[in-house]
Design a protein around this ligand. Sequence first.
Ligand SMILES: [Fe+2]
Ligand SMILES: [Fe+2]
Length: 167
Amino acid sequence: MKKQSDFLSKTIVDLLNYRIEQEEFSSRLYLSMSLWLTNKGFQGAGKLFKKFSDEELIHADKAKEMLLANGLQPITPALEKPEQDFKSLPKVIEMSFEHEKEITRQCNDLTKAAFKEDNFMVVELGLWYAKEQAEELDKFQNLIDRFETFGTELDLLRELDDEMKEM
Ligand SMILES: [Fe+2]
Ligand SMILES: [Fe+2]
């Protein structure tokens, strides 16, 4: 029987496939948010969330590349249907922030598992995810700070939507 892989344990393979699934789910969630926002007239926010959706697919690709580099076929997972109704722009941002916190915990688990096995190839990938997560947490944290300081009145949301076109 063919050995699974010289450098990736079953635990690591499972965690990498889980990354693919979760990053692709993130992409679908942000896509759903983008469509909801656009349909509600938030053109800038809709455009920004479409960009976030595309970026998540790059995160999924990173895990796929690691599996392929080790001679393994990455999974193409079935994905859960994301939420379709989001109530308001601040709610979208709040929900995204909570989602990114959960993803950060997952990425830390991958890095921890790789460290435990002295798998430095995967540690490096885990650290790349950690760096991305720090940026994502910062992005949503800044928006939430802004709501806390300036409020969520409609004219303020319109101003933010305008800015989001250029973000
Ligand atoms: Fe991601
Ligand atoms: Fe993300």
